[in-house]
Design a protein around this ligand. Structure first.
Ligand code: ADP
Ligand code: ZN
Ligand code: ZN
Length: 816
């Protein structure tokens, strides 16, 4: 009998590919194992076995595989089911899903670039063919797979490469996220041996013969007594006048202990060292209700106000699941994955916590992958951003989706354009596990699902320790301008509150929903503003480098001295961003330390950490930032939050702008006053009577929900209707225009009025491609499956029109 396998390869083609295998290969292979295969004229791919069978393909002669790469499946059956669901639901190919799901070191293919491993190895462990490749890389910095095929004079080279990777002789090149090493700040403290009064007394006596060392110890005391902060080695050296070598000798003697804030926080090596906290009554009730709800529902929404102690409730649930020997996935938006939270969980669960996110190298990701695959004790709890739903769990008991309202759970580009929260619900279902969605400001869709009894629902309405919700004050800047009570972008109220807060030794966060100095440059004479040559968008001015930049394609040029249209030198900045606020604060409060947190200041693996650590260590008095500030941070000393301008988020052209503004403002406000003292929030706006602002200041989620849902009903938006966005792209406007009219007409013949468009988006051209959007609105009672089938049919006829073949079509399901 002839044997065949269907395999998934990482290319965006709809079908699986069938290859022929021998009988012994058929006995050995299992779904989820990797094979290397020839593809097209000369390409090589790594494929994942989906199915083993005996039916030859009808349309073509099946080629033979090159080789089997694994001894057992690296992707399990549950994952394959999830991949299949994602491909169907999000209307993409299994190849798209495979590419997103696997670390790049697992998917070797012709185009993969191989480099030397940074470590030297013992060459004697290499076989002959391995050595040839290894040696070639001593002379060349990198090789592609087909170069290696030439060196070895054979096609079948993936097994050799795989072995070399495993022996750490070579590595797969990837985007380098982290080119610099984080600067580690050295701190010192007195060794715990000297904690007692007597021991200390004795130490000072012993050191009396070494006056310089004696002086260092005394200085350490006085510095830490006055600043009440950890003491940096550098500061200790300056204050005591002792050289670095004197401090070092004290460290060597074991009198002082040095530590590094950065490594301390990110690389945890110890065991669990803390019991989980005992819950207060509100938390306890919530925990009981969640468990009760899980008896009937597989998904529960926990609506708990900021700082109500949701994390501690999660911890209790995690303990339960672990005690049953099951795995936990704890999903967070990328940016909320802070060292703060990681450390907190590691204190409870020690090495059982594994962290997975996109700033990790492929090597680190493979490591976590293998721990999860082997159900290792080192990855019982995976704390990760959206892509961690792809890990090879085999025994999940619980998925927590914290900050479930966050938009960053949705992947927009490339396919699969999935929403990690929704995918998590499906993943959980495949495992027979439970899902807990948590948020202080739930998304309308989740709240709606709870109201429909599709999800269970539990609330915590009190902050932990009965800390009051912050006092929110709206400041009318139109009025302030009229009365000349604005200094730059600061109202007299904001300045007064800031002055008082700083005087009392507390910290301030200022929120500005834009990065860059001033988004747009405009000519005062003719009104022209410099545009990106590749996109239909004005360039953004960045003061720090005196550059104009495009936020869509990355285009950069130096700031111009003269208007390109009329030659006038009167160029003006319109609008304002984080950089400008930072500059103004520095002028208003020259004696205080100001820092900025936005995409520009937080690049690199530790960029974000550094700023957060500095804020925690009270090295920063005023932090200016974008939405990054909203994410799950717990700062003790922040008392005042200022929202510089609420209007630009409220006026954003998107059906979720109001919901998002509410969430954003409430989340930022939640950073104020998390301990004893009540926090204060000042919101500056031109329109203080806006309903959303009223709802934010009274912390009234229900009002916001009801009002927004009303609009969603009236205008047929999610969660009332489902939505699929179809985007067509081409460099020739006329062609994409004709194509989109054709496409929309075909859709209308099936769906009638529920088709909107084609429309040019606000930014009609990006990277020299013109865009057209068509929106398909899907009433709840219309079958989603049938709708997608009809779209695929239309899409296929579209692609068979010769003129349209070069038009790129993007299908985005749940595009919001
Ligand atoms: P949320 O996630 O709801 O914003 P957190 O879980 O971060 O709130 O809790 C806010 C603060 O209260 C944290 O500093 C946390 O350590 C503390 N906290 C919460 N619950 C307890 C508890 N049961 N015992 C002691 N401290 C708690
Ligand atoms: Zn001009
Ligand atoms: Zn551009």
């Amino acid at each position: 009998m002839n044997h065949f396998i269907d395999i998934i390869i990482p290319v965006p083609l709809q079908k699986l590919f069938t290859y022929s295998i021998t009988t012994s290969e058929a006995d050995f292979l299992q779904p989820g194992m990797r094979v290397s295969v020839p593809f097209g004229k000369s390409k090589i791919y790594t494929g994942i076995v989906a199915k083993i069978h005996t039916d030859p393909p009808a349309a073509y002669e099946a080629k033979e595989i090159h080789q089997i790469l694994d001894d057992g499946p690296i992707v399990n059956e549950k994952q394959l089911r999830l991949w299949q669901w994602m491909a169907n639901y999000y209307m993409c190919t299994l190849g798209d899903v495979m590419r997103a799901a696997l670390p790049s070191a697992f998917v070797l293919e012709s185009e993969t670039v191989i480099t030397k491993h940074s470590k030297a190895i013992d060459e004697s462990i290499l076989k002959d063919d391995e050595f040839l490749v290894y040696e070639a890389l001593q002379h060349q910095s990198s090789l592609k797979i087909h170069d290696i095929a030439n060196i070895l004079d054979k096609k079948n080279v993936l097994p050799v490469i795989k072995r070399l990777i495993e022996k750490e002789a070579i590595a797969v090149e990837e985007e380098i996220y982290e080119k610099y090493k984080p600067k580690l700040v050295r701190y010192v403290k007195l060794h715990t041996h000297y904690a007692s009064q007597e021991a200390l007394q004795k130490l000072l006596e012993d050191l009396s013969r070494a006056p310089k060392q004696h002086q260092v110890i005394l200085t350490l005391f006085s510095v830490s007594a006055t600043t009440k902060k950890p003491v940096k080695v550098a500061d200790l050296s300056t204050e005591s006048g002792a050289s670095a070598s004197i401090i070092k000798s004290l460290i060597d003697k074991g009198v002082l202990e040095e530590y590094f804030i950065q490594t301390d926080r990110v690389q945890y090596s110890g065991d669990e060292n803390e019991d989980s906290k005992s819950l207060n009554d509100y938390q306890n009730t919530a925990l009981i209700e969640i468990k009760e709800s899980f008896k009937e529902q597989s998904v529960v929404l926990l609506h708990g106000v900021t700082s109500s102690g949701k994390t501690e409730v999660y911890v209790k649930l995690i303990e339960d699941v672990l005690s049953k020997g099951q795995q936990v996935l704890y999903l967070l938006p990328e940016i909320a994955l802070t060292a703060q939270l990681i450390t907190r969980l590691q204190n409870y669960f020690g090495e059982q916590v594994a962290v997975f996110h996109s700033k990790y190298s492929s090597h680190e990701r493979v490591e976590v992958w293998n721990h999860v695959l082997n159900n290792s004790a080192k990855a019982k709890i995976v704390l990760g951003a959206r892509s961690s739903i792809f890990l090879p769990f085999n025994n999940l008991g619980l998925i927590i989706v914290d900050e479930e309202h966050e938009q960053s759970f949705k992947q927009f580009d490339p396919a699969p354009r999935y929403h990690a929260r929704d995918t998590a619900v499906v993943l959980s279902h495949i495992h027979g596990a439970k899902t807990l969605l948590g948020s202080a400001t739930p998304s309308l869709e989740s709240y709606f699902n709870a109201k429909q009894n599709k999800y269970g629902f539990v609330e915590i309405t009190k902050r932990y320790n009965d800390v009051l919700m912050p006092d929110v004050e709206l400041v009318d800047i139109k009025d302030k301008l009229k009365k000349k009570r604005m200094k730059g972008h600061f109202s007299d109220r904001l300045i007064a509150e800031m002055t008082e807060t700083l005087r009392d030794g507390h910290q301030i966060i200022l929120f500005q929903n834009r990065r860059g100095f001033s988004p747009i440059v405009e000519c005062n004479t003719c009104g022209h503003s410099p545009q990106c040559p590749n996109c239909d968008v004005s360039l953004t001015y960045h003061q720090y480098r005196d550059q104009l930049r495009c936020h869509y394609c990355g285009f950069v040029e130096m700031m111009r001295k003269k208007c390109a249209a009329c030659g006038s030198t009167e160029l003006d900045n319109k609008g304002f961003g984080t950089e400008q606020i930072e500059a103004e604060v520095k002028l208003l409060f020259p004696d205080y330390k100001v820092a900025r947190m936005d995409l520009d200041t937080t690049r690199g693996k530790y960029g974000y950490e550094k700023i957060i650590t500095a804020l925690e260590q009270q090295e920063i008095d005023i932090l200016v930032g974008t939405q990054m500030l909203t994410k799950g941070l717990d700062f003790r000393h922040v008392k005042l939050v200022g929202i510089m301008n609420a209007d630009n988020m409220l006026n954003f052209p998107d059906f979720r702008a109001h919901e998002r503004s509410f969430q954003l403002m409430l989340q930022v406000s939640g950073r104020a006053g998390r301990t004893e003292e009540r926090g204060k929030v000042l919101i500056q706006t031109y329109n203080p009577h806006h309903n959303i602002l009223q709802q934010v200041s009274s912390n009234n989620y229900i009002d916001m929900y009801n009002e927004q849902m009303n609009d969603r009903y009236n205008f047929k938006y999610p969660p009332i209707y489902k939505q699929i966005k179809i985007t067509l792209k081409h460099k020739d406007f006329a062609r994409v225009d004709t194509a989109s009219i054709w496409y929309a007409k075909a859709l209308r013949s099936v769906f009638g009025d529920n088709i909107l468009g084609p429309e040019s988006p606000p930014i009609a051209r990006i990277r020299n491609q013109f865009h057209k959007n068509i929106l398909v609105k899907i009433p709840k009672k219309q079958s989603l499956g049938k709708t997608k089938e009809a779209i695929i049919k239309i899409n296929n006829s579209f692609l068979s029109v010769k003129d349209f073949r070069s038009v790129k079509v993007i299908l985005n399901v749940d595009n919001f």
